[in-house]
Design a protein around this ligand. Sequence first.
Ligand SMILES: C[S@@+](CC[C@H](N)C(=O)[O-])C[C@H]1O[C@@H](n2cnc3c(N)ncnc32)[C@H](O)[C@@H]1O
Length: 227
Amino acid sequence: MGFYLDKVVPWGRSFEEYVAMFNLSDQDLKCRILGCGDGPAGFNAELTQRGGKVISIDPIYHFSVNQIRQRINDTYDKIMEQMRNNKSAYRWTSITSLDELSSIRMSAMETFIADYETGKAEARYIEGELPYLPFDNNSFDIALSSHFLFLYSSHFSEEFHVQALLEMLRISREVRVFPLLCLDGKPSPYVREIMARLNEGGFQAEISSVSYEFQRGANKMLRVMPG
Ligand SMILES: C[S@@+](CC[C@H](N)C(=O)[O-])C[C@H]1O[C@@H](n2cnc3c(N)ncnc32)[C@H](O)[C@@H]1O
């Protein structure tokens, strides 16, 4: 497996954050949803509790609950220190302080940890890596990528992004990606070119504003649907 837990910095967002980042309506939440790179987010656990149909895929699901919990504990102080040092890169309006951020993120990750073994047994947490998804064509209605595609544009090539998005569109009717910025807060250099390539390929790619903004300027998602 070309992936090691000691390179991952686990940091999971909450159900409410997913709903806001992706403009998920009540109708959307009744759809078959795939979360790509969900890591230790609380979205799958909470949506499942609410009766939703959701599967998450991530390479860290190779690891046991104790290994993931340990990695969260080992990296927590470092992440919080980075947040403290880069405080001005974030908008402290809906999340108002570092303490509140810590509490929201830890609560989301605890929700994930408490659900992980059950969710694995129910095949809701599946080990895998974009750009390959182990699902049949049209298995989902909405495929999401939160804080993976575009955010890591300095680590993954434009071609990787195109292959990942086409694979998500193979298995899902619609794809939504948030944010469209890189880790340094600048717009991903890939977004415009990739939108043009998808539109030329017969898809309809558009940028929508969302109500969520924590990383400054990160308040838009990419939506891709059949043309
Ligand atoms: C910053 S975390 C985001 C977690 C979650 N989506 C959220 O927003 O809270 C990025 C996640 O991408 C996962 N990841 C890394 N490479 C991946 C790949 N090739 N395919 C899918 N996920 C990947 C990591 O394991 C990690 O859990």
